[in-house]
Design a binder for this molecule. Sequence first.
Ligand code: AMP
Ligand code: MG
Length: 413
Amino acid sequence: MSDAPILLPVEEARARILGLCTPLATEWVPGDDALGRALAEDVLARRTLPPWDNSAMDGYAVQARDLAGPLPVRLVVGETVFAGRRPTREVVPGTCARIMTGAPLPLGADAVVMRERTRPVPAAPHDAPDAVEILEAVGPGNFIRPRGEDAKEGDLLLRRGTPLGIPELGLLWAQGQGTVPVPRRPRVAVLSTGDELCRVDEPPGDGIVDINAPALALAVRRAGGVPTLLGIARDTRQAVQEALARTEGFDVVLTSAGVSVGDHDFVKDALEALGVEQRFWRVAIKPGKPLVVGQRGSTLFMGLPGNPTSSLVTFELFVRPALRRLLGHADVEPPRVAGRLEGQLSKAPGLAHYVRVTATWRAGELWAKPLGTQTSGALRSAAAATHLLHFPREISSLTDGSHVELLPLSWVA
Ligand code: AMP
Ligand code: MG
C-alpha cells in the first residue's frame, strides 16, 4: 500500500473547516464589547435621521429665488437658529434666518449660504431690523442636509454578519440602540504537548519554553475568542488523552505539536480514543502540513503543528477563519491584497508555501521582501513579517517583480 499522504489543498481544508462551524448563540452586549464583532441580526432603522432638514454650514437660510437678481442682495434677518433649537419664523421673500450647523431649517427656506459668502450690514438706525448682504447666488438645496439622509425609519441599516466598526456602532447609537445582538464569543481551550516544554517562569533544563500556548491564546483573544490555557501535556497517550478529556463545554480546542509521524506524536490517537471524529489530516502547505481537524458534538478540535511559526501560520489560515465564522462574520476568508515580489523564490511543486515577508509601499505598489530565514522552526522568520506571500502549490518559481497575493497578518503589533 502506498504511504503517500493525501494532502488537502489549503482552500479545500479551509472550506471543510468552515463547513463544521456555524455562528454561536446570540447575546446582547454594550457597544464597546461589540467592537470588531459581527451583527447577529439585520438591524432596521427605527428613527429617521436627521429628523429634519438642517443646515450643513454656519450661514443664512434663504429662499434661493431671492438671489436671482444682481448681487449683492440685501435680506432682512428674521431670527437666529441654533442647533438644538427650533425655528419660530417662516422665511418669506426678502428675509432670511441666521443659522448654525445642524440647526433645523426654517419653514420657507430652501437653501443655505455659508457665512463666508455674506457681509454684515453695518448697524442700522435704532429699531431697524438686522440685515445681511448675500454675495453669491446658490441653488435650492445648497448646504442642506435633507431629512432621512442617514436613515429612514424601516430602512435596512446594517445587515447580519456586518462587522461592527466604530462608525457602525455610531449608527446604532444614533438610533438609540446602546446594546447590540452579536454571537457570543467562542470559548477556546489551548493545550501544548511535549516532554521538552516548560513554562516561561521555569528553568528550561534540557527543554525549551512553551511558546505556542501563550502565543495562540493571544491570537485567539485578538480574533475575538476567549482563550483558556490547559497547560502542557507530556508525550504519552494517556497524558494527552487526560488533558483533552477536560475540554467539555469548549467550542474549539487547539492543541500544538504531536500531530506528525513521530514516535511520540499522540494527539491523533488521543482524539480518536475520546470519540473525536477526524475530518482530515495534513494539508498541502508549508509551513503547517501536519494539521489535523476533528469534531465531537459541537466542539471543533484543531491539532496544530508544533513549530511556533507553523502554529501561527495555521492559526491565520485555518483557525481565525473558523473563529470568525463562529462569531457570525459574513466575511471569514483571510484578507488579501495585491503586491509585487522583491527578489525571487523557487520551490518544488506540490505544497503551497506561505512565505513570511515584510511589505512596504513604494511607487504606488506594495513590495514584498521575503525575510532572511524561512524555516518553520525559527520564530525569527515570523517576527518582522507583515504579510504572508502565497506561493501557489503548482508553481515552482516566482521571478523578481512577480504579481503576488499577500495576506496581511493579524499578529503584527
Ligand atoms: P512536534 O510536532 O512535537 O514534533 O514538534 C515540532 C517542533 O516544535 C519541535 O521542535 C518542538 O520542540 C517544537 N515545539 C512543540 N511545541 C512547542 C511549543 N509549545 N513551544 C515551542 N516549541 C514547540
Ligand atoms: Mg513533540
